[in-house]
Design a protein around this ligand. Structure first.
Ligand code: FE2
Length: 203
């Protein structure tokens, strides 16, 4: 089963001026597509050949198949976390859930920003729902995804340099400010209400 590059849910220029057309075009049509193509080559004639993407992530041992499968999933999820003219703030019940877990939405953003700016090297920062129902911030290195340890992703920010270097050079904080201008809180709220973990999740 060949995996496909999902289309972006908006045009390449739609996130201007926060994320440039050049960044988005490269990120989607070069980086994300590259992970899809590498994954398809790597799984040919292996036990993962006809396995759905999330199941590959849950089952593959550390290595190239896991890395490329997780990068395909992570990017598809990241695109959905953004939208042109994102909402300024989350609404209830998401706002309440964030306030219950982090004291306030502002505190949640501060902690998320701290996790992103202090992440060493390439990776992702996540808002997750833990198996016990609480919300938490998670940082993962390289391609890793918190679903492998039973936490459900609600929101992610790509903090690989390719996500922001053209627009913000090494100013990760400026990229995060742009990120918050684009967050699709409705998508995050849907994930909180209806999201599920893959069938093979340990949770
Ligand atoms: Fe990326």
């Amino acid at each position: 089963m060949a995996h496909k590059l999902p289309p972006l849910p908006y045009a390449y220029e739609a996130l201007e001026p926060h994320i440039s057309t050049e960044t988005l075009r490269y990120h989607h049509s070069k980086h994300h597509l590259g992970y899809v193509e590498k994954l398809n080559k790597l799984i040919e004639n292996t036990e993962f050949d006809k396995v759905p993407l999330e199941e590959i992530i849950m089952r593959a041992p550390p290595g190239p198949i896991f890395n490329n499968a997780a990068q395909v999933w992570n990017h598809s999820f990241y695109w959905q976390c953004l939208r042109p003219e994102g909402d300024a703030d989350p609404r209830n019940p998401l706002e309440k859930a964030l306030s219950d877990s982090f004291e306030s939405v502002e505190q949640f953003r501060d902690e998320f920003d701290h996790a992103a700016t202090t992440l060493f090297g390439s990776g992702w920062v996540w808002l997750v729902k833990e198996a016990d129902g609480s919300l938490a911030i998670a940082s993962t290195g390289d391609a890793d995804n918190p679903m492998v340890r039973g936490a459900r992703p609600l929101l992610t920010c790509d903090v690989w340099e390719h996500a922001y270097y053209i627009d913000y050079r090494n100013d990760k904080a400026a990229y995060l400010e742009a990120f918050w201008s684009l967050v699709n809180w409705d998508f995050i709220a849907q994930n909180l209400a209806h999201g599920r973990l893959p069938e093979s999740s340990p949770a």
